[in-house]
Design a protein around this ligand. Structure first.
Ligand code: ASP
Length: 403
């Protein structure tokens, strides 16, 4: 009997958890298996983004439609990210996880020396100096920018562009075929990643930060289970339960890899196969979403910044009032847009938020130990947010969906 992919993945997660707990540090040896799975996914990202955006734009056929879809996509991404930050701030103010936590006497990192990208450089880097270098370094925003131009240019030369249209369409199908193969390995990859993470995680580090972690996870849950589903129902007219079934493989892969970018091929495959959203929409909305739409990261950054303020506040004379918290809403939204879709990226762009409200960067050292677990949770929410957004944009574009 062949088990459905969802069942296989669920079994993989449970087996991974148990193996991690039983084997402890020894489960670290499974790292190589998880690593191979992530490598396969990363291998496919750049050609997949290029092929899917170019074919998506060709099938849209006119730039007005692209502009309209782009506007709706941005609006959705910005609104939901800001909602997530506000939710995080409300919870962290109510729960006050930093109250009573002792100020660390030594910090474990040299984070103060690490530079977060500036907002200006994030924007200018969208235009690559060299597209091949951008591809070699997986700079997704630059690749998206170039692919959009390429698609529009191919459309604009009419008949002469036909060979390129055929080429990109065939190339895109081939990339999706490879993605399908990689997806079949997802249960093995997810099992190994779970076992390795749980096995090598020192459980003792979790205790002092338990309330902080609960605050982040509670916020992520409310956003994923209440806020986004309400939007999905109202604007997407789509059942949240059906959608979670449709994209289960993507959300669990996001959870285990902690990378929205690595998950992108699977997210694309799930949405195209199961929801009825057209390639036109997925090909554009999803790569953009994986790169700039990070509700989970934004929420986490807001909670983390306030947590650091609460812990360091008494000793440093810091109190973040209403206007500081408005600055957190703005900077956490921008910092999440600037965060790369890779593990721990949110921890680095958190520096942008801390600087904006004059909090000590060393505070990051304090939350570093529990970052991986929170990264897994926020990445799952990031990808879930992308999928809800794609369905909503498709519905607003009057597509007929399978719900
Ligand atoms: N790992 C997250 C992602 O790929 C980014 C982050 O660190 O928050 O979506």
């Amino acid at each position: 009997m062949k088990l459905k992919i969802h069942t296989q993945i669920l079994i993989a997660i449970v087996l991974g958890l148990v193996t991690g707990i039983v084997l402890g540090e020894k489960a670290g040896e499974l790292e190589i298996v998880g690593d191979l799975f992530i490598r396969l996914l990363k291998m496919i990202i750049v050609p997949l983004i290029l092929a899917s955006i170019v074919t998506g734009i060709i099938s849209l056929g006119d730039t007005k439609k692209l502009g309209r879809i782009g506007l709706k996509t941005f609006l959705y991404y910005l609104t939901t990210t800001a909602l997530a930050v506000i939710l995080g701030l409300v919870l962290v103010n109510i729960i006050q996880p930093g109250k009573g936590v002792k100020l660390p006497t030594e910090t474990t990192t040299d984070f103060s020396e690490r530079e977060a990208p500036s907002i200006i450089s994030i924007l200018t880097d969208i235009i690559p100096e060299n597209i091949f270098a951008a591809m070699a370094q997986s700079q997704v925003l630059s690749i998206i920018f170039f692919s959009i131009l390429l698609g529009i240019a191919i459309c604009s030369i009419g008949e002469k562009g036909k060979p390129l249209v055929n080429l990109f369409e065939a190339f895109n199908d081939v990339m999706l075929k490879i993605t399908g193969w990689i997806m079949r390995l997802a249960p093995i990859g997810i099992f190994a990643l779970m076992a390795h993470t749980i096995g090598t995680l020192g459980l003792s580090v979790l205790k002092p930060l338990a309330i902080y972690m609960i605050t982040v996870v509670l916020g992520l849950l409310i956003h994923a289970v209440i806020v986004l589903p309400i939007l999905l129902r109202i604007f997407g007219k789509y059942s949240p339960l059906k959608l979670i079934k449709d994209v289960f493989s993507a959300v669990t892969t996001a959870f285990s890899t902690a990378s929205s970018a690595a998950t992108l091929p699977i997210t694309m495959e799930c949405l195209q196969e199961n929801t009825g959203v057209s390639k036109k929409i997925t090909s554009f909305v999803l790569p953009l979403g994986a790169t700039i739409n990070m509700d989970g990261t934004a929420l986490y950054e807001a909670v983390a910044a306030m947590f650091i303020a609460q812990v360091y506040g008494p000793a440093y004379g810091i109190h973040l009032g209403f206007s500081d918290q408005i600055i957190i809403v703005l900077t956490a939204t921008l910092a999440s847009i600037g965060a790369a879709a890779i593990p721990s990226a949110g921890l680095i762009t958190l520096i942008i938020v801390l600087r904006a409200v004059n909090l000590p960067i060393e505070g990051i050292g304090m939350i570093l130990a529990v970052d991986r677990i929170l990264d897994m949770c926020r990445t799952a929410v990031n990808v879930w947010g992308d999928t809800c957004g794609t369905v909503i944009v498709a519905k607003l574009e009057q597509e007929t969906l399978n719900n």
